[in-house]
Design a protein. Structure first.
Length: 256
């Protein structure tokens, strides 16, 4: 028979997790909701996995892991910087996205071991849902996930979670052979998103996907005629009334 007088610990846990998530994200107005929909952020609301009245350890650790992952991305990630350096090709972009997630999560995990434990629980849950334990060959193992795992391990010093260890082991020797030095450089740029994005391009190139990167957004303009036309347009603008119609470019709010 169900004990109707048993205390309901779910709501206090949700409230505490929401407060901790807002603090980690440095977003005091962030709404935190619990849903069966996939975790993520939409507008000002962060969705986290639903928690039953049983409050199993797996449910609690997964909710904490998803909360920490999303909060760290809100705190350390700039969409404008990320999009500026996003590769054009599908595989290169997938690697780039996975490593940016690993960057944000590693910044939290290396500062707070408890956050690292929560993120490991999230990785283990994802691995089970994606069937990574059934993978037996390198061709089946996604290189993006393996590269992100190597970055996490080098950045935090934490062991690879058991649920993804098999995937990582399939790629470890190959990653070290192709991108050992560039991966170390990536770890060194963890605190600076722009420098990290540029270093990620080198990792992607070393892994054999350089043809998918696209044009370097920082490459100098080699079309002098375009510059001449721009200079002429500026001269015309000055003659016809100065600054009207020009956009102010505010400085970046993030020091990534």
């Amino acid at each position: 028979m169900t004990d109707t007088k048993a205390p309901n610990l779910v709501e206090p846990f949700k409230k505490a997790l929401g407060e901790a998530t807002r603090a980690m994200a440095n977003e005091p107005e962030l709404n935190v909701a619990y849903s069966v929909d996939p975790p993520g952020v939409a507008n000002d609301t962060l969705r986290l996995p639903q928690i039953s009245r049983r409050m199993t350890r797996a449910e609690v650790m997964l909710a904490r892991g998803e909360a920490d992952s999303q909060a760290l991305r809100l705190r350390f990630h700039s969409d404008s910087t990320h999009n500026r350096y996003a590769p054009r090709g599908e595989t290169a972009r997938t690697i780039y996205e996975a490593m940016e997630t690993a960057r944000c999560e590693s910044l939290g995990a290396r500062a707070m071991p408890g956050v690292g434990d929560n993120l490991d629980a999230k990785l283990t849950d994802q691995a089970a849902k994606r069937g990574y334990s059934e993978i037996s060959t390198m061709s089946e193992a996604p290189v993006a996930e393996a590269a992100a795992l190597m970055l996490r391990q080098r950045a935090t010093g934490r062991d690879i979670p058991a649920g993804v260890a098999q995937l990582y082991d399939l790629w470890k020797e190959g990653l070290e052979g192709m991108a050992d030095d560039s991966m170390d450089n990536l770890v060194g740029a963890l605190d600076d998103q722009k420098a990290f994005a540029k270093a990620a391009w080198k990792v992607i190139e070393d892994l054999g996907y350089g043809d998918q990167l696209g044009e370097d957004p920082d490459a100098p303009d080699d079309a002098p005629e375009d510059q001449d036309q721009s200079d002429e347009a500026e001269d015309d603008s000055e003659e016809s009334g100065g600054d009207e119609g020009q956009d102010d470019m505010p400085p970046d709010e993030m020091s990534t």
